[in-house]
Structure formats: structure tokens, C-alpha cells
Design a protein around this ligand. Structure first.
Ligand SMILES: [Zn+2]
Length: 146
């Protein structure tokens, strides 16, 4: 179970809506133990990252400089990377083949925001930890809005 603050989720959806027809992408930051700890992770901020994909209508690729800067800052701030998100402007919130190959096993959560329907649809996944990044299975995980 993941927890996310309502305002943060609203910011994410807003970023995705604003980016249509391109896919939007970014990182989610938070605190709390991911495995074994008593506290479920809480996501308290979202950071938009520029999509540098060659065809941003169909896929996403983080701007490398922004991504590295974010990782550095996260470490310094005492928060941790709680997940990444991207949007599907006109398809359901299911991971594409490319999405599957881009998830890594240490990533706590992988959020897909679909804008294909009347209202945004959000699904969260994570890679089974025992698998390596190219053969792992993405499993839907529940989340709760604070
Ligand atoms: Zn995707």
C-alpha cells in the first residue's frame, strides 16, 4: 500500500493534462520504509521532468540532466525516490512493452495516468523484486489518497 497526498496527485494529473498530446513524466518523492518497515511510504511531492523522447506522443524519456539533479537533491533533502510517473494521453493505464523494459526492480512505484477516458485513470505498478529488470513482472499495487 502506498499513500499519496491529494494535492500531489492533483499536481501530477494537472501536469499530464497540460502536456497533451505529449506524454508527461516526472518523479515522486516521499518518506517511509518500503519493505518490512511499519510505515507505508508516503508521497509528499511530485517533480515534473522534461520528456526528451523522439516521439513524445507515444513514449517518454527523462531529461538526463534534470533526472540526475533530482536524484542529487533528493539525497540531500532526506527524502527518497518513491516512484516515477508518466501519462498515456490516449490509451489505457497499462504498461507498454517499452514501459516494461524501462522499469527497474529497485523502483518503489511506477504510476501511469491515462487521459483516454472522460476522467483520468490512474494505475500504480511495481516490478516483482525477485526478477531482473528485463524479465520481471509488473504487478498493480494499491494506493490511497491522503
Ligand atoms: Zn507508457
Amino acid at each position: 500500500m502506498l499513500l499519496i497526498q491529494r494535492l500531489v496527485l492533483e499536481q501530477v494529473v494537472e501536469h499530464c493534462v497540460r502536456s497533451v498530446p505529449h506524454e508527461a513524466c516526472g518523479a515522486l518523492l516521499g518518506y517511509g520504509a518500503e519493505d518490512g518497515g511499519g510505515q507505508p511510504p508516503v508521497i509528499i511531492s511530485a517533480v515534473a521532468i522534461t520528456n526528451r523522447a523522439e516521439r513524445p506522443e507515444h513514449t517518454f524519456r527523462f531529461d538526463e540532466r534534470e533526472w540526475l539533479a533530482l536524484l542529487n537533491e533528493t539525497e540531500r533533502s532526506g527524502l527518497r525516490l518513491a516512484g516515477i510517473y508518466h501519462s498515456h494521453p490516449d490509451s489505457p493505464p497499462f504498461p507498454s512493452v517499452k514501459d516494461r523494459s524501462s522499469v527497474w526492480s529497485g523502483l518503489p512505484s511506477y504510476w501511469i495516468i491515462s487521459l483516454a477516458g472522460d476522467a483520468p485513470k490512474i494505475e500504480v505498478y511495481r516490478l516483482s523484486p525477485e526478477k531482473d529488470r528485463h524479465s520481471g513482472t509488473l504487478t498493480a499495487v494499491p494506493y490511497s489518497i491522503l
